[in-house]
Design a protein around this ligand. Structure first.
Ligand SMILES: [Zn+2]
Ligand SMILES: [Zn+2]
Length: 160
């Protein structure tokens, strides 16, 4: 049975066969703005298991200024209701879908918090899930350390 998802107005609909994860709460400044909340919970899905169904004409994309190197951070949303939506035609073999869009149970649970050093003073992570800073996340994903002298940039820093 397909697992369905939609935007706030229902104009954009999609479905997946299954979610594989990771399922991450991102606490970075940009994901917080996109979600309008303390963090953005994104669910990883293999592109082959994902089908965009309706509302392609409603989908708009905003590319934020590049912090390090391309590709830019993209926010994709429904032009009618402003809700975050997944890309109609994602590139690559993996797509991230905001968890709140699912109308059915995607069958996975959050597995970690990322960019935790950007958690704002008014928030506190209280569950027992693993927490990763950018340095730790880079190591986890690439097996390497960040380059020496690496300086973190954020959406609200003045370096970009
Ligand atoms: Zn909508
Ligand atoms: Zn983020």
């Amino acid at each position: 049975m397909a697992i369905r998802g939609s935007c706030l107005c229902g104009g954009v609909t999609f479905e997946i066969d299954k979610a594989v994860g990771p399922v991450e709460f991102c606490h970075c400044n940009r994901c917080r703005k996109v979600s309008g909340s303390a963090a953005l919970l994104m669910i990883g899905v293999n592109t082959k298991d994902y089908r965009f169904l309706t509302g392609k004409e409603l989908v708009k994309t905003y590319a934020a200024p590049i912090l390090y190197s391309p590709p830019a951070y993209h926010s994709t949303f429904c032009a009618n209701c402003g809700c975050s939506v997944p890309l109609p035609n994602p590139e690559g073999d993996w797509v991230e879908i905001p968890a709140g869009l699912f109308d059915d149970d995607p069958g996975v649970k959050p597995d970690k918090h990322i960019f935790v050093e950007l958690t704002p003073a008014w928030d506190e992570i209280r569950d027992g899930l693993p927490q990763y800073t950018l340095t730790e996340l880079y190591k986890l994903r690439t097996g390497k350390d960040l380059p020496i002298g690496f300086q973190m940039r954020t959406h609200t820093s003045d370096k970009w």
